[in-house]
Design a protein around this ligand. Sequence first.
Ligand code: GDP
Ligand code: MG
Length: 392
Amino acid sequence: SKTAYVRTKPHLNIGTMGHVDHGKTTLTAAITKVLAERGASTFVPFDRIDRAPEEAARGITINIAHVEYETDTRHYAHVDMPGHADYVKNMVTGAAQLDGAILVVSALDGIMPQTAEHVLLARQVGVDHIVVALNKADAVDDGEDTVLTDLVELEVRELLTANGYGGDSVPVVRVSGLKALEGDPRWTASIDALLDAVDTYVPMPERYLDAPFLLPVENVLTITGRGTVVTGAIERGTVRVGDRIEVLGAAVETVVTGLETFGKPMEEAQAGDSVALLLRGVPRDAVRRGHIVAAPGSVVPSRRFSAQVYVLSAREGGRTTAVSTGYRPQFYIRTADVVGDIDLGETEIARPGDTVTMSVELGREVPLEPGLGFAIREGGRTVGAGTVTEVG
Ligand code: GDP
Ligand code: MG
């Protein structure tokens, strides 16, 4: 039988973000390789990280885009999003649960549009701590070119400051994911330095363990002979095998009959854990990504809310034209993707680059609460990022 999960160190959720091709997946693989050599991780090669989660969904195992590893002081779940579109969605779904992020910036290319967009989204969804991996440092010659790397570093710090991250104090570590993966000692050491920065700069977040259990569903799988499994990161509370839960959206109430994290069974899971829950007697089709598993009666979903929203500028990948009352984009709230009507009241229009307040009426009910972050998307791009200020 499988080895049970033993909680010996604090658990945090982190992830890589940044522009496509800047080396997020290579760096993720390199981190697991460096730590695997110490027995603190299992090496996850590049091509096992960089593929669609569905292909790898086997048994009760969680989404392959998550890898796990340990440093001396902590246990981490690390998420590496396969592509930009997934990234944006996951920033407000899976990644909304990030306790910290590693911003990967190629020292050769500097800040690119998705670098800026991810930083902005991270701020919006409440990722409070960012550590910068200035990647591909191997490809920048020592000497004259380090001036260029210095400029990139400066530019990154400015971007972070502009987004409220206090860019002067953010750790910026020059790394090479590629060379570390090849075992080059100089660059293996750079990965250690990066992990040290994460260990020390990203604080252990407050976990709401006493709150009623809530888990936004990320994925649904079927295990032949065992039933339906939902996966996701626990937003608050705790859950044990045998607990009664309800699935909001599916109108199902049932019992948790199995609980795992990274393929290891556990007795009790808590806020911050990435888990798979086996649910008794739930048909596969009844539950979807976007539904919420919660302690029965603990949340009341609603359709209306007020929010403060930042409308992305064209430079950040947003619209080139203003939006007005009656606009009906998609709202990405936790793992849900719901259409909503916006009402801008007396403001009437919101231009790219504006921060506005708006009332929203969603196409269906979802659990909402003040402070909840979300993204607004239209035709495959992010046009806004907001926070719920009032429900109803
Ligand atoms: P992602 O899109 O951000 O996940 O980027 P990938 O990890 O897929 O890497 C994109 C390309 O950059 C690949 O060809 C990598 O081999 C290359 N690359 C990644 N990290 C490094 C590095 O540290 N140094 C160099 N020279 N190339 C790198
Ligand atoms: Mg990648």
